[in-house]
Design a protein around this ligand. Structure first.
Ligand SMILES: C[S@@+](CC[C@H](N)C(=O)[O-])C[C@H]1O[C@@H](n2cnc3c(N)ncnc32)[C@H](O)[C@@H]1O
Length: 173
């Protein structure tokens, strides 16, 4: 069976976190869970890891059953809402392994690859209402030209409801 994702710079990034066994950590991009698993190995009984991914296939693929771990299906730009909801006001470290997972590229129907003849989809969250082909077809050039340069608006996100939450209607955020 093909591996969901092989984490890169695994030991380097984990050693950079200088994990305290009783600390609280965030993995903003769970993917195949390789980094999360390594963090969990270093946590003691009171340590906590909260991991996020907006792709439900990453979370449903998870085989980690560990009471120190909480998995949240969400865009990581809402992480501060989620941790505040849990009464956490500071964490000891945050890991973000930005980009796409091997699974997203390898699955032709996810539309991230040009290795096969498939629709340009590229949705990280398959519940988003618009895929990349539709965005390109329906957006004016003035909007399209801002997409690669607009950073995610993290400061305003604390006022926003999380649209990636499975209980909420699909959205393009
Ligand atoms: C490179 S992979 C992470 C691999 C992971 N570190 C591992 O060890 O397997 C990136 C992951 O981040 C997720 N992702 C990308 N943008 C995201 C976002 N804005 N919010 C939440 N997850 C996101 C993708 O769905 C993908 O699963």
């Amino acid at each position: 069976m093909m591996k969901y994702h092989v984490p890169v710079l695994l030991n380097e990034s984990i050693s950079g976190l200088s994990i305290k066994p009783e600390g609280t950590y965030l993995d903003l991009t769970y993917g195949g869970g390789g980094h999360s698993k390594k963090i969990l190995e270093k946590l003691g009984a009171k340590g906590k890891l909260i991991s996020f991914d907006r792709d439900e296939s990453a979370l449903s693929n998870s085989r980690t059953n560990n009471s120190n771990l909480e998995l949240i299906k969400s865009n990581f730009k809402f992480f501060d809402n989620h941790i505040k909801e849990r009464g956490i006001d500071k964490v000891d470290g945050i890991l973000a392994d930005l980009g796409v997972s091997s699974h997203q590229i390898d699955k032709l129907e996810r539309g991230f690859t040009y290795k096969g003849d498939t629709k340009l989809d590229m949705r990280m969250n398959i519940r988003d209402s618009l895929d990349a082909a539709e965005i390109i077809d329906f957006s004016p050039i003035t909007i399209l030209s801002t997409i690669p340069t607009s950073p995610p608006n993290i400061t305003s996100s604390s006022k926003t409801t999380d649209p990636d939450n499975a209980d909420l209607p699909a959205s393009t955020q």
